[in-house]
Design a protein around this ligand. Structure first.
Ligand SMILES: Cc1ncc(COP(=O)(O)O)c(C=O)c1O
Length: 397
């Protein structure tokens, strides 16, 4: 049987990391992969995480299974993290293996309850969305999102398209730090989208993978507010991979917001999906998040570290934009400063991307997406010089 099986295509982003690792050139720079890096190019364990782990190790008494949705206290802390202090009566939260796990549970749950079995994804979007939502057989439709010429959200086309999405369909919305473009909606545009969702009756599925990386915890979660205020039902897939630096621990959560009287019944369906997917969540990463969010001191340490990561991203955006303005004044890179999160579409063509990789050992995805957190004070001038040199070549235009 296995003799006939052909190989799967390599994952475009993880494949890039493999190629980067085996590149022998010491000056190499990885702007491809989606992890935060500090000024030294490392992805360290946060101090708050180390302290929480020490406390957990000392206190742990059992490795017994968790409930299907994880511990209720974890859910409460996540809901506070998303909505603030005031409880949302129709909210229920399941601890999941990372943000991807939360998205997959959302996809399977939606496939089970929906008549249309159709989900709308932003164009472009994180490539894995297509795989995750396609897995349970959902039909996938793109909605317009990015205006490449203006390097920002095409809010008019977006609103027009979402106004035509049929009731009962699902729409995946990046809460903040849109991956791959770095272009987010502003408060007014979010309000418009929430009004459309309320009027049309489609289901928003928020992908919240970067809360705290855009402007701040409070600012980045703010788009949820108009949806809550309008009484819109929704699902929120939260990842703690980036904002707690817990990548390999697989910490995430799926939050349901339903009418309060229906919430338990709906949540029981989500639990059934989890039971057949992975039965119950891995404990460690979620317990770290819960420990930090439950302890005022640890919470403050983590907030300071999160703010530090966010500030570094902003600083690198500003310095890259300045560096390019000096070296390639005829090209616009100012938008890099205005965009949010780790990613931006640099506007660099596929041919220039290939040139940067072969001639300068600088790695980015073929669409020109860069992870600005891969920039450091040490490699910034090297990268700016290389991009300017690439733009001067004939290749790619
Ligand atoms: C937009 C988006 N959603 C979800 C995820 C998944 O996060 P996790 O690693 O927690 O599964 C990522 C990770 O890169 C992402 O960029």
């Amino acid at each position: 049987m296995f003799e006939q099986v052909s190989a799967a295509p390599p994952d475009p982003i993880l494949g890039l990391t493999e190629a980067f690792k085996t590149d022998p050139r010491p000056e190499k720079v990885n702007l491809g992969v989606g992890v935060f890096q500090d000024d030294e190019g490392r992805t360290p364990v946060l101090k708050a995480v180390k302290a929480a782990e020490a406390a957990l190790l000392a206190a742990e008494k059992t490795k017994n299974y968790f409930p299907i949705a994880g511990e209720p206290e974890f859910g409460r802390k996540v809901e506070e993290f998303l909505f603030g202090e005031a409880a949302v009566p129709g909210a229920r939260t399941a601890q999941t293996p990372g943000g991807t796990g939360a998205l997959r549970v959302a996809a399977d749950f939606f496939a089970e309850i929906s008549q249309s079995r159709r989900v709308w994804l932003s164009d472009p979007t994180w490539p894995n969305h297509r795989g995750v939502f396609g897995a349970p057989g959902l039909a996938i439709q793109p909605y317009p999102y990015y205006d490449a010429a203006r390097r920002s959200v095409n809010a008019g086309a977006l609103a027009d398209a979402l106004d035509k999405v049929p009731a009962g369909d699902a729409v995946v919305l990046h809460l903040c730090c849109h991956n791959p473009t770095g272009a987010d909606l502003d408060a007014e545009q979010w309000k418009t989208v929430s009004e459309i969702a309320a009027r049309r009756g489609w289901l928003p599925i928020f992908d919240a993978a970067y809360i705290g990386f855009g402007d701040s915890l409070e600012a980045d979660r703010a788009p949820l507010r108009p949806f809550l205020d309008a009484g819109v039902e929704m699902l929120i897939a939260t990842s703690f991979s980036k904002n707690f630096g817990l990548y390999r621990e697989r910490a995430g959560a799926l939050t349901l917001v339903a009418p309060a009287r229906a919430a338990d019944a709906v949540f029981s369906r989500i639990k059934r999906v989890i039971r057949v997917l992975y039965s119950n969540p891995p404990a460690h990463g979620g317990q770290i998040v819960q420990t930090i969010l439950s302890d005022a001191l640890l919470r403050q340490v983590w907030r300071d570290e999160l703010n530090g990561m966010c500030a570094r991203i902003h600083a690198m955006r500003a310095r890259f934009a300045e560096g390019m303005a000096r070296r390639a004044p005829d090209r616009d890179f100012a938008f890099i400063r205005a965009q949010r999160g780790m990613f931006s579409f640099s506007g660099i063509s596929a041919a220039h991307v290939a040139w940067l990789r072969s001639e300068r050992a600088i790695y980015m995805t073929g669409d020109g997406r860069i992870n600005v957190a891969g920039l450091t004070p040490q490699n910034l001038d090297y990268v700016c010089d290389a991009v300017a040199a690439a733009l001067r070549t004939e290749r790619g235009g």
